[in-house]
Design a protein around this ligand. Sequence first.
Ligand SMILES: C[S@@+](CC[C@H](N)C(=O)[O-])C[C@H]1O[C@@H](n2cnc3c(N)ncnc32)[C@H](O)[C@@H]1O
Length: 492
Amino acid sequence: MQKMLFDIEQKTINDILNPNTYRGIYSFHKYWGKKPPESIIYFIQNYTSESDIILDPFLGSGFISNESLKRNRRFIGIDLNPFSIEHTKFLLDMPSPVEYWQAIKEIKSEIKDLIYSSYRLESGNIGSHYLWNNNTLLQVWVKPENGRTRIEIKPTDFDIQIYNAFDNYKIKYIRKPQFFTNSRINSKSSMSLSDLFTRRALRNIDLLIAKIKQYPESLQRALYLTLTSASGQMSSMVFAITKRGKTKNEISEKIEVGSWVIGFWRPELHFEINVWNCFENKAKKLYNALQNTNKEKYIIYNDLPELFNSNTGGYVTNNNCLITMKNIPNNSIQLICTDPPHSDRIPYLELSEMWNSILNKKASFEEEIVVSNAKERKKEKMNYINDMSKFIRESERILKKEGVFLLYFNARDKESWKFMEIIKTSSDLEFFGAFPVEYSANSVVQDNRKGGMKTDYILIMKHKGSCILNLYDFDRIPGWISVLPKSSENMF
Ligand SMILES: C[S@@+](CC[C@H](N)C(=O)[O-])C[C@H]1O[C@@H](n2cnc3c(N)ncnc32)[C@H](O)[C@@H]1O
């Protein structure tokens, strides 16, 4: 069916420079290092035509896939993280809001009461939040049916017994996660699920998984992602915000609920939140997003040759991009638009392990292109530079003569940029220029440590001698540079 032009967003250079925050379906699930849809859309719209092939070998949350396919481009997406592929497949085959909400209602009628019974208090109320100081339960909150103010209850022995009843609960469906000792994200190789969740929460998550498994593929994926997106709030990693505020001339200590942040910190003072409530809140968010999103069904092939033999559709694979890219023919890709891991900034697979174990998917840690603080992984800068250089070489081979190669990148140290030196010695690929995009500065999950970077760069490469006329608009962009950013000094 012919796509209506007004259905499809158009973007200008100004939109790239001032991206909106993520909205609707793009804000539903957390992922580290999401790139702004505005720039992706701009490049698809201006540097590709219908049927051209767009490649993202480090797909992440995968928004580029549906933005490409809805504009009738062909698309290849690769990521080593099973979560990324699940999220991308979800974007490409979303359930309708009606069928999704029907499933939520069914699950609710079947297990909400059972989950709630694990939070039933002596008073007969259902606990919504449990405030813990290490292993001591300090307070339980109850949400009144009518009225907004929470009721704070002092827990009784009965309430503690209900909690203790799950002490010996044996996990059924959540795969044992593999953690590494990494001080940057506060993980230890000895860590297990019960260090991150209460046994009561794990039992309730198991109940949800047992129900989710009964649904057909696309609905099941949406329901699983509802669960993974809520899993941080279901964990014991939700910190309590204490602030001394002045109300009506009295000093009061008001405690607010924080949220799960990047890493695996279980703060001393933390919340345990009712698992059903976390799930239902996320389900409402996704339901609203689905109502505001056009449901599209794209052709997705099971192998690459099928995509090359057709004028439409996509191919998405959970693999090491260095392997999959070998199967892409020379001179076949119009736009490579990608955002690889930026050296030591974010260990994607280590951070996604909680989600992957809920999804019961295994990640191949050995093949990740990253620098990790986890010594046992032996992910050092030299390996990173070697793998990134291989990636650049393959990109050079498969990029069409008139194609454009965009790399979202930044790194604190000069050494991590070394792979770009390959461009200088290349007989074929040339660096055209770069400009900063200021999206990561606004996001706490991007890189919030001291010394964290304010911007990422979009680096533009092309084949020598190819003339891509509208590329020349770029030199009007504030911060545009036509030399390769060489050292960290000139990057901040
Ligand atoms: C910066 S993130 C991409 C984020 C993405 N731009 C987004 O908007 O969500 C980098 C991705 O590279 C993936 N990755 C790391 N090593 C890989 C490899 N060898 N092959 C394919 N993907 C890999 C990680 O799993 C991660 O999802």
